[in-house]
Write a protein that binds this ligand. Structure first.
Ligand SMILES: [Zn+2]
Length: 196
């Protein structure tokens, strides 16, 4: 999830080349495939988590799910406050309970650059998960952190911001969504070997 209170850095100024991961944009089909549970809590997992945190920070995001970097793995990293030390990585998370009043808040998503839409979600959620070291984790969240977790959890199920938008927001963002589709099609066409 992207932070609507801070403007996105222009892509040209982000030092993308030093990063292992790049963010997959809508409508890349990887974003639609449900992610699979992690079985090995090893150095490879911890490296993936570290590289996801690096990507999220470089993109000024407050949350990132593994499908967004092309991995079908049930991993999310979040830092709702943006403060160093507030990073949280959840592996194989399950939202075991949602409660509290339904709140409406404008969400952004790193896979939908410059598109923001109001999304209704319950204020509170309880999550069970594992840390990247394989330790059991359970915690309840409310407010913005709860929203970030619910947004990233959607990604693990292949559910996207565009699915949560009101019909009015979808209409409002129609041109921007179509532009993302066109951009994806052009990139695919360019990636194909030229016919002789
Ligand atoms: Zn997102």
């Amino acid at each position: 999830m992207s932070n609507e209170s801070e403007p996105e850095q222009a892509p040209s100024t982000a030092p993308q080349t030093s990063l292992r991961f790049e963010v997959k944009l809508y409508p890349n089909p990887i974003l639609r495939r449900p992610a699979e549970p992690i079985e090995a809590f090893d150095d490879g997992l911890r490296k993936t988590v570290a590289d996801m945190f690096e990507r999220m920070a470089a993109s000024r995001g407050v949350g990132l799910a593994a499908p967004q970097v092309g991995l079908r793995q049930r991993i999310m990293v979040i830092n709702p406050s943006g403060e160093p030390g507030d990073e949280l990585a959840l592996v194989n998370p399950t939202i075991t309970d949602k409660s509290g009043p339904i709140t409406t808040f404008e969400e952004g998503c790193l896979s939908f650059p410059d598109i923001y839409a109001e999304v209704d979600r319950p204020d509170e959620c309880t999550v069970t998960a594992f840390t990247p070291d394989g330790e059991a984790f359970e915690q309840s969240f409310s407010g913005f952190p709860s929203r970030v977790i619910q947004h990233e959890y959607d990604h693990l199920e292949g559910v996207l911001l565009v699915d949560r938008m009101s019909p009015a927001d979808k209409q409002r963002h129609k041109a921007a969504l179509n532009e993302l589709v066109d951009r994806f099609k052009r990139a695919q066409a360019n990636a194909r070997p030229a016919r002789k």
